[in-house]
Design a protein around this ligand. Structure first.
Ligand code: KIV
Ligand code: ZN
Length: 535
């Protein structure tokens, strides 16, 4: 039995995809959740992409313990030096350097021949090795690379000192059988490969990323690169929670284990969803709301007789509690902290007061507070960006018929002590709130997307609003939680306004990100930190 290393790239491959960008504070939150989950390696970003990415990798390297912190870089010297610098504070670090090896990438993207790519790969690994021992090399688009050439490149980088060699399915093209065959062939062919870790990195364009990663393990891979909720470029990457639970549930077939504390999977997945403003789909394997729900009579009957009739995993093994909390307004701090602990949340000293305040507000409005309510409060609180503006008062008039437009009046308090009240008129109540916020802040807000969901059951259930909006042309996301859905929308909008304000402050402090990269990042398959997606 081998221990398969779990290499999480939510903060790099995941974060670079549209709609999933995170602020530095949010990245730190997610990185801490990943460390609690006991992932072996956290890929914290791509430091050469922008000063923001550099700072984020450095912050994770400084503050997150318990996992190796990795940084991605092309094989060019400036990238490698930036990665080494950002990683310097980490107790355990890894430089992950890559270059594309497939014919289409060599010819169309890099304009380099086989020999040039091989030399760049070796030089990159050698330079990385001068900074640290733990060096990973990725042959980008390795799956579509000629086998003999792929073997030659891997042999050369192993000789240059790479300790992990990754063969990515960059475009999600492979099938499980091909993966097993390729990895087994490399294992039997490449001299020295037994002394390093073979790694798989699969994209989900054909929905095969998890199956392909498991197949690579059958061929000899001992590291899986994956992301929470399967986020990542295009259709995403191999989903961490799925591949880990597949290895665990089907240990009879795979015969391997991971170090992951699976009881933290549910919370880590939902934290990432709250932070990025992307709900976990109900039917998502392992972490979706329906993953352990049994609706039909036949299924319910079976589960009552013996839950293994329809459940192959125990809900508690992935952090889903069977019982439903019924706390009320008389429940004290100790009861709430205890319950949060049972649910897998270790509340930090700084967040207990906020969570208690929101809990009390909710318990005043709602008879019973369920686990799902508390989870939404905690993850919402963790994902929340504290901003300069706070909502003091809100009054909304919605009209179904008649001549007049809906109106919203609101008062905001600024951290500098100012308060401002404005009334907006719009096509609907949310539009009216937008107009009032625009009058107060002077920002131009265009709502792109609004999703609502009910957090628990009953007519007094909390609603969660997740919103994405352009503020002065830059995209942000925000979440709001309330028993009143219009108030939840106002909270989500306020969070967006706060993120935009903080972002403007940071830009003013640091100036515009520079990018002196010799090879365009876009051509390398990686976007620079997008000014247009800074949520
Ligand atoms: O998909 C890919 O090839 C990558 C590499 C940079 C590892 O993300
Ligand atoms: Zn990738």
């Amino acid at each position: 039995m081998a221990t398969i290393k779990i290499f999480d790239t939510s903060l790099r491959d995941g974060e670079q995809s549209p709609g999933f960008s995170m602020t530095l504070g949010q990245k730190l939150r997610v990185a801490r959740a990943l460390a609690e989950l006991k992932v072996d390696i956290i890929e914290a970003g791509f430091p050469a992409a922008s000063p923001g990415d550099f700072e984020a990798v450095k912050a994770v390297a400084t503050e997150v313990q318990g996992a190796t912190i990795a940084a991605l870089c092309r094989t060019v010297p400036r990238d490698i030096e930036r990665a080494a610098k950002a990683l310097a504070p980490a107790a355990s670090s890894r430089i992950h350097t890559f270059i594309a090896t497939s014919p289409i990438h060599r010819q169309q993207k890099l304009n380099m021949n086989r020999d040039e790519v091989l030399k760049a790969a070796v030089a990159g690994v050698q330079l990385a090795k001068s900074f640290m021992d733990d060096v990973e090399f990725s042959a980008e688009d390795g799956i579509r690379t000629e086998r003999d050439y792929l073997a030659e490149v891997l042999q050369a980088v192993i000789e240059a000192g790479a300790t992990t060699v990754n063969i990515p399915d960059t475009v999600g093209y492979s099938t499980p059988q091909e993966m097993t065959e390729l990895f087994a062939w490399l294992r039997d062919t490449v001299p020295g490969i037994d002394n390093v870790t073979m790694s798989t990195h699969c994209h989900d364009d054909l929905g095969l990323a998890v199956a392909n990663s498991l197949a690579a393990v059958e061929g000899g891979a001992r590291q899986i690169e994956c992301t929470l909720n399967g986020i990542g470029e295009r259709a995403g990457n191999c989903a961490l929670e799925e591949v880990v639970m597949a290895l665990r549930t089907r240990a009879d077939r795979y015969g391997h284990e991971t170090r992951i504390d699976t009881r933290k999977l549910h919370n880590a997945s939902h934290l990432l969803a709250a932070v990025t403003g992307n709900f976990v789909p109900r039917n998502k394997a392992v972490v979706g709301e329906n993953a352990f729900a049994h609706e039909s009579g036949i299924h319910q009957h079976g589960v009552l007789a013996n839950r293994e009739t329809y459940e192959i995993m125990k809900p508690e093994d992935v952090g889903v509690l069977n019982s439903q909390l019924v706390l009320g307004k008389h429940s004290g701090k100790a009861a709430v902290i205890d319950r949060a602990k049972d649910m897998g949340f270790e509340l930090e000293a700084g967040e207990i007061d906020d969570v208690m305040r929101r809990f009390k507000e909710l318990a005043d409005r709602k008879k019973r507070v369920f686990d799902s309510d508390l989870e939404a409060i905690i993850t919402g609180n963790q994902a929340h960006t504290a901003g300069p503006w706070a909502l003091q008062w809100l009054s909304v008039v919605s009209r179904v018929s008649g001549e007049e437009d809906p109106t919203a009046s609101l008062t905001l308090a600024h951290e500098n002590g100012d308060t401002a009240t404005q009334t907006g008129e719009g096509d609907g109540p949310v539009d009216a709130i937008v107009k009032a916020l625009e009058s107060i802040t002077g920002m131009d807000i265009v709502v792109l997307n609004l999703a609502m969901r009910s957090i628990s059951l009953g007519e007094d259930a909390q609603g969660e609003a997740t919103m994405r909006a352009l503020v002065d042309g830059v995209q942000y996301s925000g979440n709001g939680l309330s028993t009143d859905i219009v108030a939840a929308c106002a909270e989500a909008l306020l969070e967006i306004v706060n993120r935009a304000s903080r972002h403007a402050e940071r830009l003013a402090e640091r100036g515009e990100p520079d990018d002196e990269s010799p090879e365009p990042l876009v051509a390398a398959g990686l976007r620079p930190q997008r000014q247009s997606n800074a949520a």
